[in-house]
Every structure is written in C-alpha cells, then in structure tokens.
Design a protein around this ligand. Structure first.
Ligand code: ADP
Ligand code: 5GP
Length: 195
C-alpha cells in the first residue's frame, strides 16, 4: 500500500484531556484529521454521532471484528472500541496525516502493524488534576470515576513505551507541543525510501 500521510497515535488516561487537546490542534493545523472510532459505549450527553464516535451495537461490532474491518480494537470499561481500517488507509493515501486517540492496548497493536507511526502519551499535571477533570466532565458517576482512576494508574506505566510525552497542564501549551511533534515528523527524512 502506497501511503503518504503520517499516522499519529495519542493515548492518555481517560479524563486527561486528549480529546480537548486534539480538537484544539485540528483547528490550528492543516493536513491532519482525527479518526472517528467505532464503539459500543452509549453516547454521553452532548456527544454527536459520527463527530465523536460511531455508536453501534455489540453484535455489529463483533461482525466487524470477524470481517477484519478494524486496524485495532480493544475493550475498555465494559465497552468495545475500534479504529476503522478502511477510512484510515484511504486518508493516509490522500497524503493526509491521521491522529488516532486510542488506549494503550490499541496503540501497541497499531505500532506493531505500522512501526513508522508516531506515539504520543499525554499525562495530567497531577493525579488530583485528573480527578478534578473527570468530575468536571460530569459524565461518569463516582463508581465509574474510581474505575477510570484505577485503569489510569495502570496506563501511566506504559508512558515510557511511547515516542513522546506531553503534560497537559495548560491546554495551549499541550497543543503547541503536539503541533511540534507533528511538524517534526513531517520534516523527517525517510531513510528507507527508494531502497
Ligand atoms: P479525555 O478525552 O482524555 O478523556 P477530555 O478531553 O474529555 O478528556 O477532557 C476531560 C475534562 O478535562 C473536560 O471537561 C475538559 O474540558 C477538561 N480539560 C482538558 N484539558 C484541560 C486542561 N489543560 N486544564 C483544565 N481542564 C482541562
Ligand atoms: P471514552 O469512553 O472515555 O471516550 O474512552 C475510553 C477509552 O477508550 C479511552 O482510553 C480512549 O482513548 C479509548 N478509545 C477510544 N477509541 C478507541 C479505539 O478506537 N480503540 C481503542 N483501542 N481505544 C479507544
């Protein structure tokens, strides 16, 4: 497959602000788009179909898994999440960069399949800030928040496996850093080309 765009994988514990940072970046940078994941999780208040996620049933999701329609998929907090392969490859082929905002399990699957993808891990400035943000989002009950914090601890231990680490303290600064990573990749010389 002749892909010309770059693939970026952004992971962060739920509530860190990766969606906020990536959305702000997309407003500032041309030639880059975000992959819309497919999920069996019910939509949160304010989430829009095909803008945030493509919401489907568990049966449809499992059918897609069987048909090999996902670049990667994983189960989080009792729901399935997956990246549609066809859309991602079609976008890369058009020389557009693609950002996947996915969890650490999915990131590992993609990095194995596409070693030239760039992985970025976003962390909150402190555990307390993460709790504040999860509460601020007010989409999860206290039981869900506890579960997300437990998983967050586990996910943080994967941070060192990523190519870049960004602390999301001030949104503006985190966006600038993500922008710098994308720019650097675009300027990188591909030593394997024409070999
Ligand atoms: P994620 O996609 O990582 O689960 P969200 O982007 O939904 O996280 O952000 C979770 C909450 O934190 C939202 O209410 C968002 O407005 C807030 N938030 C994101 N980044 C920051 C930041 N740098 N400072 C303060 N609040 C933030
Ligand atoms: P949320 O329900 O908070 O939107 O997402 C829960 C977790 O699922 C987050 O860690 C998020 O990054 C992850 N996630 C979202 N979409 C995908 C996807 O397509 N694949 C994988 N593996 N994880 C995803």
């Amino acid at each position: 497959m002749n892909e010309k765009g770059n693939l970026f994988i952004v992971s962060a514990p739920s509530g860190t602000g990766k969606t906020t940072v990536v959305r702000a970046l997309l407003k500032k940078m041309r030639g880059v788009t975000r992959s819309i994941s497919v999920t069996t999780r019910p939509p949160r208040k304010g989430e829009k179909k095909k803008n945030d996620y493509c919401f489907i049933s568990e049966t449809s999701f499992k059918n897609k898994v069987r048909k090999g329609e996902f670049l990667e998929w994983a189960k989080n907090f009792g729901h399935y999440y997956g990246t549609p392969k066809k859309t991602v490859y079609a976008t890369l082929k058009m020389s557009k960069d693609v950002i996947l905002t996915i969890d650490v399990k999915g990131a590992a699957q993609v990095k194995r399949k596409k070693p030239d993808s760039v992985t970025i891990f976003i962390v909150p400035p402190s555990p307390r800030a993460l709790v504040r943000r999860l509460k601020k989002r007010s989409t999860d009950g206290s039981k869900e928040i506890k579960e997300r914090l437990k998983i967050a601890k586990k996910e943080m231990s994967f941070a060192r496996k990523y190519d870049y680490l960004i602390v999301n303290d001030k949104i503006k600064e985190a966006v600038e850093k993500l922008k710098a990573v994308i720019t650097a990749k675009r300027c990188k010389v591909d030593k394997n080309r024409n070999r």
